[in-house]
Design a protein around this ligand. Sequence first.
Ligand SMILES: [Zn+2]
Length: 191
Amino acid sequence: MSIEKELSLRSGSSCEICGSKEGLEVLNVEPNEGRTVHTSVHSCLFCKEQIEGSKPMNVDHWRCLNDSMWSEHPAVQVIAWRMLDRLKSEIWPQDLLDMLYLDEETSKWAHAGADPSSEGINHVDSNGVTLSAGDTVVLTQSLNVKGAGITAKRGTAVRNISLVSDNPEQIEGKVEGQQIVILTKFVKKSG
Ligand SMILES: [Zn+2]
């Protein structure tokens, strides 16, 4: 039987997140070691687009998690946890998150694919453009690098940056062969 058929049976042909009967699709929950019915959720397009971030978040829609977070299926629990985690700046998702108990394995799975920006760590350049590891940035002003004894001139391109994971204001990159920490407010994403 195909994953889709199995999911239809499991879900009673409805969205396992919001209960909608319309536009149902198979949502593969990453990361996993091969798609199976256990790594999949039967999701309507409306839920799927917001989970994947291709459509803006409709916060009130996710009140449906009030019911679906109690699903017996780990893949559904993972989606519920991740969405509540993304919405936790609001009070009610935070309350639900506090009540949602995941077993150890499911919790690991949920965290493994969590949206990094939900952790409050989102590196942006001086124009507010999101930075990712591997990007090239240009310095928007000359910087005296203490300790390294170099001045990095305005306009210097820094290739293949890495993000300082616990500090959204800092990135790292090589200037004149030395790995230095640079404040994101002094860079502009290139290209
Ligand atoms: Zn749905």
